[in-house]
Design a protein around this ligand. Structure first.
Ligand SMILES: [Zn+2]
Length: 335
């Protein structure tokens, strides 16, 4: 039996039922198959190795797509976990998601102090594991199987995560000697991870709750090419030099005061000149583009916010009304 597969440009192709994303990529071009990292199937991002058994709209992701980077960095978090487990047996794992630039994993290292040297050791181990080019294999497991596995391993964090999952929706992924509770998707194998940098370590409460134990959050980033890592690290250095918090202080543009509120800049004379220049530039550009400036009040009647729905949704936190002295009218701050 065949299924209909719709490509991003709208063309449709027929493939045998059970075809994988990797095979579809290969049928399009060898280059695409080589660079493919994940596939979007009817709006969900999947592993390339997963069989597709219904008609589907698909999009194949490479490193150049967000979906490709997501799978790459997500997979890298698993490799970091594998490295940690091999270096520090008994380490327990919280969650390890991809983020905008890289990934992190929250881990419980027991009493171990984790410093700069450890980061380098983990990086080295990750490269070693990546070179083994282990594939990421997906396995559907029952809730009982999953609970048994993590009970035996003694990982209370995964057991807690499992509590919120329903039977029939649970998957394990394994690469090398490491098994993780995970929804995926992952890249086909660890071999495309060529460059690794662990960036920093921070404390993070389990599930973001300060009553829970503080775990160690390790941030890292990986690339398919060493050169890309070097460029990224250079970019981070350059960004540090241009950090507005650093420049604002050095150039005496603005200051902050705890009394006023952190994150609320107090513009100093030089900063005010700069700010006004920018405002003038913006105003000129807007007028040139055909906009007619208008001015609206800083406050508005509460009924306006009731109509817009903001009052119901955000009123408690952000739109507490200001009352007139005789309490006859209520206003909210415009934002
Ligand atoms: Zn995963």
């Amino acid at each position: 039996m065949n299924i209909k597969v719709t490509l991003p440009d709208g063309t449709q192709r027929e493939y045998p039922k059970g075809i994988t994303g990797f095979e579809i990529a290969k049928s399009i071009s060898e280059g695409l198959a080589r660079n493919a990292m994940s596939i979007e199937v009817n709006g969900e991002i999947w592993d390339l190795s997963r069989a597709i058994s219904t008609d589907a709209s698909i999009r194949i992701f490479t490193w150049n797509d967000k979906g490709g980077k997501y799978a790459f960095w997500h997979s890298s978090a698993h490799v970091m976990a594998e490295a940690l487990e091999s270096l520090y047996p008994g380490v327990k794992f919280g969650i390890g998601p991809p983020i905008e630039n890289g990934f992190y994993y929250d881990v419980d290292l027991g009493d171990k102090d984790f410093g700069e040297d450890d980061l380098l050791a983990v990086e080295k181990k990750m490269i070693e594991l990546a070179r083994q080019n282990n594939s990421f294999t997906r396995k559907e497991v029952s809730k009982k199987e999953a609970v048994d596995y993590f009970e035996k391993k003694g990982d209370e964090y995964k057991l807690e995560l499992l509590k919120d999952l329903e039977d029939g929706t649970i998957t394990f992924y394994q690469q090398g000697n490491f098994v993780d509770l995970c929804r995926g998707p992952h890249i086909p194998g660890t071999g495309s991870i060529k460059a690794v940098k662990l960036l920093n370590v921070a404390g993070a409460y389990w599930r973001g709750n300060e009553n829970n134990k503080m775990l160690t959050r390790i941030y890292g980033i990986t690339f398919p090419k060493q050169k890309e890592l070097e460029e990224h690290l250079m970019m981070l250095e350059e960004a540090k030099k241009r950090d507005h918090r650093k420049l604002g202080k050095e150039l005496e543009l603005f200051a902050f005061s705890e009394k006023v509120g952190m994150g609320l800049p107090l513009w100093l004379p030089k900063g005010t000149i700069l700010r006004e220049r920018l405002e003038q530039f913006m105003r000129k550009a807007q007028i040139k583009a055909g906009y007619d400036p208008v001015v609206t009040p800083h406050i508005g009647s509460k009924s306006l916010y009731v109509t817009s729905g903001h009052y119901e949704k955000y009123g408690k936190d952000s739109f507490q009304p200001i009352h007139t002295p005789d309490e006859s009218e209520e206003f909210c701050l415009n934002r």
